[in-house]
Write a protein that binds this ligand. Structure first.
Ligand code: OGA
Ligand code: MN
Length: 296
């Protein structure tokens, strides 16, 4: 590990015990010289969490973890979440699962189940206790494209007009796995999946539990704003999504094989970009998700 103080480190906080460089003003820092296969000391863990809160998206370059090693590393940051999604044979995704455009035979397909990810969302907002952090480890990346975009919902909220802030201040939003499937044109969930993941309600304006920042909390798992007529709800959700995903609030991550990313689902929306030859080039990442706290 390299000991380097970062230009990003303010005079009042301790320097990071790794080489870190901001990638974008919106979200994102890349970190070099840390091997995530190795046990994580408390000092390193604290520094990673500090950087995570400062930059929202961390990218550790040049990693090579097995699924078991990713599982072990992920446990440093909390409890791992189970997944409602099913594999082709009907069994639930394993706790460390694969996000890919490959079919069951290992061939690229346009019909990838990962298509739902093309729409802006925050992970597992259809849970009563949604996720804090998601981690993706890039194993196979197309020669060009296959990016992931992140939108900063703190900046999105902060730049709303005072009138809009007042209008949405107390709104509650229903999120569900069923609405999520409908919104992305995927087949409806089974009765079992519906029982497993009943609809939940969260505030539209969330307070980040670690920073106190207010953020807009929506995305494609949303069904509607509680108590509004459907067209008004749809129009407002669309307006807010458009607002917070303007290019000036987004960072587009161009993957390198070996990247290990961690992002904060409490202050970001994200989506996969189909900007590669989905039916021809291979894209495969390993994913873990850490459970968060009840939004307020
Ligand atoms: C996810 C996700 C986006 C991508 O893993 O939660 O949305 O680019 N992935 O694969
Ligand atoms: Mn996601």
């Amino acid at each position: 590990m390299q000991l380097a103080s970062s230009p990003e480190t303010s005079a009042t906080s301790a320097p990071y015990p790794f080489d870190i460089r901001r990638i974008s003003d919106v979200a994102g820092a890349e970190i070099f010289g840390v091997d995530l296969k190795q046990p994580v000391s408390d000092t390193l863990k604290d520094a990673i969490m500090r950087a995570f809160l400062e930059f929202h998206v961390l990218v550790f370059r040049g990693q090579d973890l097995t699924k078991d090693e990713q599982h072990q590393f992920s446990l440093n940051f909390g409890t791992l979440e189970h997944h409602v999604g099913r594999l082709a044979d009907g069994t639930p995704f394993p706790i460390v699962h694969t996000v890919t455009n490959l079919d069951a035979d290992g061939n690229p397909t346009e019909k990838t189940v990962a298509k739902g990810n093309y729409h802006w969302h925050t992970d597992k907002s259809y849970h009563a206790i949604p996720s804090l952090m998601s981690m993706l480890h890039a194993k196979e990346i197309p020669p060009k494209g296959g990016d992931t975009q992140f939108a900063n919902t703190r900046m999105g909220y902060a730049s709303l007009s005072p009138a809009m802030k007042e209008r949405i201040a107390d709104m509650q939003v229903e999120h569900s796995w069923e609405a999520s499937r409908r919104n992305v044109g995927a087949p409806p969930p089974s009765e079992e999946q519906k029982r497993e993941r009943p609809p939940v309600t969260h505030p539209l304006v969330r307070t980040h539990p670690d920073t106190g920042d207010k953020t807009i909390y929506l995305g494609h798992h949303v069904s509607h704003i509680v108590g509004l007529p459907k067209d008004e709800s749809d129009a407002l959700l669309e307006e807010l999504t458009e607002h917070t995903t303007q290019p000036k609030f987004t960072y587009t991550h161009q993957w390198r094989q070996g990247d290990y990313t961690m992002w904060d689902n409490r202050c970001l929306l994200h989506r996969a970009r189909p900007n590669y030859e989905v039916g021809r080039d291979r894209r495969l990442l390993h994913r873990t998700v850490i459970i968060g706290t009840k939004p307020y």
